[in-house]
Design a protein around this ligand. Structure first.
Ligand SMILES: [Zn+2]
Ligand SMILES: [Zn+2]
Length: 458
């Protein structure tokens, strides 16, 4: 029997709905919609990368088309943090729903940068940690949470029909190097109003234990740098400002100057400095000055740790970098995890770097050296947050189906009364008796064609 389709253009006043268009049942391209009292609130609008036939990465994102009824009643957009899988689709899709974007200074700075050269400028409403905004019928409060980029915020979304705690991407880090430590107390059921639904990043729900602290990585990197005679080149994600700060501090302690190789690295550090980060212990010099330094006094942070063609590390691997070349005593550290799908490109790049005479140490192969930490919670952390928040409903997101089920199982162990495990296009009914209207709309994807600068349905 076909289900009676709810009218997405007008969520009732006593309803609280959640409609994910991306990021639920998959990792990447998060786009969440919350509906109540005739309007919708969008939380995040991200992209994902897929391998095209030519081996290049192709940008894909949720297709907003099937949700046009809901989006015609969109009140605003909230961006939780500056990662591509949360804000990367805004430059592509914003013209279809040009509503105010509520976000914090660093995330907003990264968003503004993405719109450079575009006719349409985003209208940003700047919020600080612990700030609240009344957005239509939604009262939204920004609660800082630890992750792998600064100013990541969980959202408390209050409505008369129920309250949501949306974790955003998170981990429990008591020594995050940049930004405040994880504050368990602010998520306690004693501090928060009763939480109807906890929408929770469950990426690492299959991993036992606890994620590593960023401070541990800071020490691991410093130790390796200290032991090296030649130049050290570190590949890491440009948005991981805490990692950049750790490397900067290690540079000061080991009497090295710091050069940045790669456009995204210079762009991100500039935005970070504008937002007040990387102000101390970041002894930056122009990359073109590197040649004037003794090798023992040089440290380089480079883009391209995923083996991306044309990025700094890949150019070094084929000895085609315009500013410098590797030599025998140099050490390359890959301070990242290889994203599934990129293994072949990374292996090829490592081979090339070694062929240039450098030693290469990859975090993937040396867990014991503490060269990379995940930004997502393992099982002990999920247990902690379920116990601390104790919501009425658990809604695992930001994971493949097996991650979502594993997170729901942990919620059950902690006596969370309801677990709703669904996928993109499902309508999660969070008010009244919790339920899922499966396949409420047909969730799809758009891909970006860089030649014609158009979006095409996948
Ligand atoms: Zn994410
Ligand atoms: Zn993230």
């Amino acid at each position: 029997m076909p289900i009676q389709a709810p009218d997405l253009a007008s969520p009732p006043g006593d309803a609280l709905w959640f409609l994910p268009l991306g990021g639920c049942g998959e990792i990447g391209m998060n786009l969440n919609l919350f509906g109540h009292d005739g309007v919708w609130l969008m939380v995040d609008c991200g992209i994902t990368f897929e391998k095209a036939a030519n081996g290049q990465n192709r940008v894909e994102m949720p297709d907003p088309g099937p949700a046009s009824a809901a989006l015609s009643r969109l009140e605003a957009i909230v961006a939780t943090h500056a990662h591509e899988d949360h804000i990367g689709a805004l430059p592509y899709l914003y013209s279809r729903f040009p509503k105010t974007i509520y976000t914090t200074p660093f995330t907003g700075g990264v968003i503004q940068e993405k719109f450079k050269g575009k006719a349409l400028r985003p209208n940003i409403n700047w919020v600080n940690s612990y700030g609240s905004r009344q957005i239509g019928p939604f009262r939204v409060t920004w609660l800082p949470i630890t992750h792998s980029t600064p100013e990541t915020h969980a959202l408390l979304i209050e409505t008369p029909a129920g309250n949501i705690l949306h974790t955003a991407d998170w981990k429990i880090d008591s020594t995050p190097v940049v930004g405040p430590a994880f504050q368990s107390q602010q998520f306690s059921s004693k501090t928060l109003p009763p939480i109807t639904a906890l929408v929770i990043d469950s990426t690492n729900a299959l991993k036992p234990g606890h994620s590593k602290s960023e401070q541990l990585i800071s020490e691991g990197l410093r130790r390796l740098i200290e032991q090296t005679q030649g130049r050290v080149i570190i590949g890491c994600f440009a948005s991981n400002i805490a990692r950049l700060q750790s490397i900067g501090s290690a540079a000061v302690k080991t009497d090295r100057h710091l050069a940045l190789a790669g456009r995204s690295m210079t762009r991100m550090t500039r935005i970070a400095k504008q937002a007040g980060y990387l102000k101390h212990e970041f002894p930056e010099i122009p990359l073109s000055d590197l040649g004037y330094l003794p090798n023992a006094n040089a440290l380089v942070i480079a883009t391209g740790s995923q083996g991306e063609q044309g990025a700094a590390l890949s150019r070094l691997a084929v000895d085609e970098h315009p500013d410098f070349a590797l030599s025998r005593d140099d050490l390359v550290i890959l301070s990242t995890k290889t994203i599934p799908g990129n293994e072949a490109a990374v292996t090829r790049m490592i081979k090339g770097l070694r062929a240039q005479g450098a030693q290469v140490i990859a975090a993937d192969d040396h867990d014991e050296l503490n060269l990379h930490a995940s930004g997502h919670p393992c099982q002990e952390e999920l247990d902690h947050i379920y116990n601390t928040v104790h919501p009425y409903i658990s809604v695992p997101v930001h994971g493949e189906p097996e991650h979502l089920s594993a997170s729901a199982a942990r919620a059950r162990q902690h006596q969370i009364p309801h677990q709703l495990v669904g996928k993109n296009g499902d309508l999660f009914v969070l008010s009244g008796h919790p339920s899922i209207k499966r396949g409420c709309l047909k969730a799809g994807r758009l891909k970006y064609d860089p030649n014609n600068k158009t979006l095409i349905q996948v």
